[in-house]
Design a binder for this molecule. Structure first.
Ligand code: LLP
Length: 461
């Protein structure tokens, strides 16, 4: 069904049940409680390697976009494989550094970088963790050096980075994020490369910016960055953007500016079981021939995949609390909802949901909404939050369910935990990392006291 996550027999005499690697999802949920995010280490490693292999002809620096899922223990798996990191805040920057990824492989993006964030990205002396922080191997934070690249979103940001770099006496290197006005044909909330979006700098303004930051100062502009949106189902929009940027590179060359780096961002679609997007190899088949000539001119390629690395490696496990028959349909009320996985509420995103141990052996072979079984019930899978947008799935046909049953929400590894929240004062879920028959807690469940503690700390005297 999915690499390393499918329905198998946990033992020869048991019925088929959801397995994550060699671990039984039911057993994991019993031990760690629900809601729970479980990730397969092997699935992550396989998707990272598959991504690298697909684009090997242009040898990109693959910077994992850790906004997709940023648990330190997941990042360490990827850092050990040689991944760089794409970060968008001071918090993510510190996570990336703690993962063991060298600063030179970190790219710092985001439209609103603050002064303290920029200072921390330039010098460990300004680390947001404090001067005593130690890295993964005990190394001091001071002297960790600047990030490899800033992805810069405005002229004002160029000025700010240049000023802070000058005051610290450190050289900064940056790519200008170009807004190519290309339609990625994705949800309007996750489209970033159109002229009406807040991201990037209009093509027409880029040459003047390079001319301005070519000589003197501490900021050196060395490349171009583009990110069109996410998820993108086909290579077409990327091909369009690379063509536009190829022209820009030529125009810049004619004014004496040499581009050393091209970062083509992330957004590569993943099969959630609905509108099958192109496989990563198909993206590569279309893009490698366009990137290879640039590579041959000495331009280093950078890519920022998030979803395509972690999405299918993660499952959200939720326990059914009630099954309620409404007037027009049934509601399966679980302990996970929009506060645990907001994608269905925010983008009407599709996630396949199915019981971990379905009654009657109704185990699915794929992630399609319409499973070919008799005796299914039609229901909405909802959570405990006081909003009608609090659903994980609507109008789904599922095997009969009872309170206490465990449901699995598939392809929840990307933008699941990282977008979870405390609305209605629900603690954030726990996370576990499965590797073969070993299952390790990598983030304990938040406790209710943690939600209240900071307010108690300022209680009136
Ligand atoms: N690079 C930049 C500059 C980005 O803004 C993003 C994602 C990525 C890379 C990684 O994109 P990926 O390869 O993961 O698709 N919350 C939405 C997705 C928002 C993506 C934000 N930027 C969702 O759940 O679908």
């Amino acid at each position: 069904m999915l690499p390393f996550i499918d329905y198998r027999q946990a033992s020869p005499d048991s019925s088929r049940t959801l397995m994550i690697d060699a671990c039984d999802a039911e057993a994991i949920a019993r031990e760690h409680g629900t809601p729970l995010y479980a990730y397969s280490r092997r699935a992550m490693v396989a998707s990272f390697r598959r991504f690298e292999a697909a684009f090997a002809p242009v040898a990109p620096l693959v910077c994992y976009a850790l906004k997709a899922s940023g648990n330190l223990h997941l990042l360490r798996v990827l850092a050990d494989l040689g991944a760089g990191m794409d970060v968008v805040s001071g918090g993510e920057l510190e996570r990336a550094w703690l993962s063991g990824s060298p600063m030179s492989k970190i790219v710092f993006a985001g439209v609103g970088k603050s002064e303290p964030e920029i200072a921390a990205a330039l010098s460990g002396s300004h680390s947001l963790l404090g001067a005593d922080a130690k890295g993964r191997r005990g190394e001091p934070v001071t002297g960790r050096g600047p990030v490899g690249l800033f992805n810069i979103e405005s002229a004002g940001e160029c000025e700010r980075i240049d000023r802070i770099a000058s005051s610290l006496g450190i050289d900064a290197r940056g790519c200008i994020r170009v807004n190519p006005d290309v339609d990625a044909h994705t949800h309007r909330y996750t489209t970033t490369g159109r002229s009406e979006n807040k991201f990037g700098i209009a093509l027409s303004e880029v040459p003047a910016l390079f001319a301005r930051f070519r000589n003197g100062g501490r900021l050196r502009l060395i490349g171009l960055h583009v990110h069109l949106g996410s998820p993108i189902a086909t290579p077409g929009p990327y091909a369009e953007a690379v063509a536009v940027i190829g022209d820009l590179i030529d125009r810049l060359a004619s004014q004496g500016t040499t581009i050393e780096v091209l970062n083509i961002g992330g957004g590569y679609g993943v099969d959630y079981g609905q509108d099958a997007p192109a496989a990563i190899e198909s993206f590569a088949t279309a893009l490698v021939p366009l990137l290879a000539p640039l590579k041959a001119r000495g331009i280093r390629i950078v890519m920022e995949p998030g979803r395509s690395i972690i999405c299918q490696a993660g499952v959200l496990l939720t326990r059914v609390q009630y099954v309620k028959q409404g007037r027009t349909k049934a509601f399966v009320i679980g302990d996970a909802g929009m506060h645990t996985l907001i994608r269905p509420a925010l983008y009407e995103a599709y996630h396949f949901v199915w019981p971990a141990t379905p009654r009657g052996g109704l185990t699915p072979g794929d992630l399609r909404e319409d499973q070919p079984f008799d005796g299914l019930i039609t229901c909405d899978v909802v959570g405990p939050v006081c909003e009608s947008s609090d659903f994980l799935a609507q109008g789904r046909r599922l095997p009969p369910l009872e309170p206490g049953d465990l449901l699995a929400v598939f392809c929840a590894g990307a933008y699941g935990m990282s977008m979870s929240m405390n609305y209605n004062d629900h603690p954030r879920p726990a996370e576990v990392l499965v590797d073969g028959s070993a299952c390790r807690l990598i983030r304990p469940r938040q406790r209710a006291i943690e939600l209240i503690a900071s307010e108690l700390s300022v209680e009136e005297r």
